[in-house]
Design a protein around this ligand. Sequence first.
Ligand code: BGC
Length: 736
Amino acid sequence: MRLIKFGFLVVALALVFAVAPNSAQRRSNNETKINALLAQMTLAEKLGQLQQLDGEGNGNFRPEHRELVRKGLLGSTLNVRGAKRTNELQRIAVEESRLKIPLLFGFDVIHGYRTIFPIPLAEASSWDPTLAEKSTSLAAQETYASGVRWTFAPMLDIARDPRWGRITEGAGEDPYLGAAFARARVLGFQGNDYSTPGKILACAKHWVAYGAAEGGRDYNTTDMSEQTLREIYFPPFKAAIDAGAGTVMSAFNDLNGVPTSANPFTLTKVLRGEWKFDGFVVSDYTSVKELINHGVAANDKEAAQAALNAGVDMEMVSRLFNEQGPGLLREGKVSLATIDEAVRRILRIKFRLGLFEHPYTREASETEILMTRTNRAAAREVAGRSMVLLKNDHDALPLRPGVGSIAVIGPLADDRRTPLGWWAGDGKPEDTITPLAGIKAKVSPQTKVGYAKGCETLGDSTAGFAEAVALARASDVAIIFVGENSETVGEAASKSSLDLSGRQMDLVKAVHATGKPTIVVLMNGRPLTIGWIVDNSPAILEAWMGGTEAGNAIADVLFGDVNPGGKLPVTFPRAVGQVPIYYNHMNTGRPPDANSRYTSKYLDVPWTPQFPFGFGLSYTQFKITNLQLSSQRIRPDGKLTVTVEVENVGRRAGDEVVQLYIRDVAASMTRPVKELKGFQRITLRPSEKRRIEFTLGPESLGFYNREMRFVVEPGEFKVMVGSSSEDVVESKFFVE
Ligand code: BGC
């Protein structure tokens, strides 16, 4: 009997595999269907697929969308969400429009849909890409349940300038770390097949170099060498494309004189030509129309022409492709082949997404899937692992659970909005656990927890200082929560000062003056200049904007249930005047020398950062020793193994992020003083020792030479392994 059943199973499986198309067949079937559709489409319907329009602020579509969809003049929306609403508009597309092409609903799910995870900069501080894969995968499930199938994420802009508010949305300053997080986030959102229920389409943005805006001023011009583009700004995008990202967003910025939403070099030569990307490119919000302001188009028609011919497929919000397409075609300024190709790319992704088979969303799934206990637990875990301990003199932290009384102070101690950060999806402040709530839930019943706000993050009032000071005096320990509010980070939130805003610094000083041990918890979306706090406060925890579960996660770390193991993904300057300051800089002809005036430094501030890239402490200590290389000489195409021993020499279990850097000492072009080429976050028990192994190959040792060829050049290389970019053990080898 068993054998017969088994036989049936084998036959059934064989049939399924024989009948179910494999992915190559599916792709070629799709292309056939696309050809059939293209053959039937009118020009207006084609241009309709290239149009994306915004909904109303509340997640609803606009009344005029119904008619546009019915006529086949709208292919996609942004910000329209909720299963009921998306189904309603989708029904018009699929049942009432002539060709029944489904709509694609997009939304900015940057760090969570309803359950909000830490801001991406924080998540990158975990140096654990598997966490990012987990959070994006849970965010994808919530997004899918809400009828949205496309996120405008991950944001992959390298940012070396904390004045730029959007540094909060990315993975920081380093291309290698950025690429690792790019890969993880694309896989989390999309999986290996984004037609799977619960998976959504990713969008690698903003292509490209948007993070290099001059002066850190949002939307500003960028101008850089092709080497810098290829070595610093491209790698996270390349990793996203290799991981299968289905779409890319062209950016707002001008790049070397050609705005990125009309740039054939980046959109066509690199993306499609070199990287073989076959998905579609959506413009950023009205960036096609803005080509006129940039001064590369005299009018709407020239703007549409420039963007279409450069390789933008879908236009977000402005409507120039639609309005100008027919005229451009008549005049031969844009070819029908170009328009057809844009339509083809968009339809290809709609097919791959399974929209034709499953255009609707099951309305009951929203209540089942959004903000579950599992998702909250994951948000708490990710937030805890994202925090960075910046200072901890005399083991001021962790706090003893039995501490008698705690003063919880500061404008962010009980703020429900700030932890959600910028682009908080559909996150709701009423769901947020604030630090005050997290601490109250953690302490034993004997502990007294008092709260005083002290001041706001902005403004000049010190009216609350007296209450805060009195509370600190009456308590055993003060924990003060300062930073930025969520409106002063993100898009269009550039700043010329990185100091704590409003009267927050004075509040820290006033509480410190009581003589009570004062722990500073930072909640912010960018590096801040906090020299006074570094010099005076015994302990500093960088908690970032930690999402829905921020308060619980902060309490976990403050009381030692979670031992902090995060590391900075971006350099903290001492003064805003040092910006841009980043670890992988060139050496210059006159590297800084304290004893020589005519070297590269400042008169009024040290040249070194406040906290270097890769820095972060733990409640335990680690020793990294015994750096060994598998050989001293390799060929340019050879590989090398690097090993070190890591030992937990403290008294608690904890995490170390072991980081590997290289330096190409002399080459045909100047090379950075350090480049991250490997990292591993590991957990060790007290006294536990582990060997960690890294491999270096041509992809880690090469660079783009003057002819823009990727080469590994002979000569000496340094290898540095350590616990931050500045705390390393060193060795060397030669490429022959
Ligand atoms: C931002 C994009 C975002 C888009 C849609 C733009 O202002 O630059 O990152 O995806 O709006 O919300």
